[in-house]
Design a protein. Structure first.
Lengths: 99, 147
């Protein structure tokens, strides 16, 4: 059986000038987005660490600001974990896909 | 996340209530201090909490640049002002700071009033914490969507 009948479809999708570069840019964009998000969460965690050090030294103006920063860091980390769970789930779904 | 705006609002409220507690504690601590004869004395203080002034152009521009939500414009701001209560005169003739008539003047601090303002500030602080916790719980619940 010849696959020539559907080969043209593959060609169309490969050669489509609108789809090809856009998909490539989006792929780069996604990894950039993940890296940026990771960096933001890391910055938040680091700043909470600084806050906690200040608290330990006794150099804190108001306690509630420290607690709020802690909560913000925790929430951004939770968001990161949820995103990671979704991505990993999708990856595993794809890997388990029977061909 | 958008919830940081809610946190900022509650934090502003907490700051105001903390200022209230600080001022009440200061008034109570100075309630029994003597006013010296040269007129140097402790003036009872009070906290005036206002909604933030939104009239200034710079402020509006900076808020617009930061993308603040419309609610963060009216954040409370506390200012500490002299309450202007007249000093309390106590008859203590043997006191080194007594005046010619034998009266010593103490700051016009009303302990009952200060205790009430302490209690109110504490409850308001708790209310602000409750509001912040509600926002936090909502955010964490939103993360449970689909999981």
């Amino acid at each position: 059986m010849s696959i020539d009948s559907i080969a043209s479809i593959a060609n169309v999708s490969m050669m489509d000038p609108a789809l090809g570069p856009a998909a490539a840019a989006q792929q780069g964009g996604f990894s950039q987005m993940v890296a940026k998000g990771l960096d933001e969460v890391n910055q938040k965690l680091l700043s909470t660490q600084t806050d906690l050090q200040k608290l330990a030294v006794g150099d804190v103006q108001n306690l509630h600001q420290v607690m709020i920063n802690l909560e913000e860091a925790r929430m951004s980390f939770q968001l990161l974990m949820q995103v990671r769970n979704r991505v990993l789930e999708a990856y595993q779904d794809v890997m388990k896909m029977s061909v | 996340m958008d919830y940081t705006h809610t946190f900022a609002i509650s934090a502003a409220g907490m700051s105001v209530e903390r200022a209230r507690v600080d001022v009440a504690a200061l008034n109570l601590a100075n309630a029994q201090t003597v006013q010296s004869t040269d007129g140097k004395n402790f003036q009872p203080l009070q906290v005036i909490a206002r909604s933030a002034d939104q009239g200034s152009f710079n402020q509006l521009i900076s808020q617009g640049m930061q993308g603040a939500s419309e609610f963060t414009r009216d954040l409370p701001v506390a200012s500490v002002e002299v309450s202007g209560a007249s000093p309390r005169q106590v008859y203590e003739p043997g006191h080194p700071f007594a005046n010619a008539q034998g009266f010593v003047s103490y700051p016009g601090v009303d302990p009952a009033r200060e205790m009430v303002s302490l209690m109110t500030a504490m409850r308001s602080y708790e209310a602000n914490v409750a509001a912040m916790n509600a926002a936090r719980t909502m955010a964490l619940k939103a993360l449970d969507i689909g999981g």
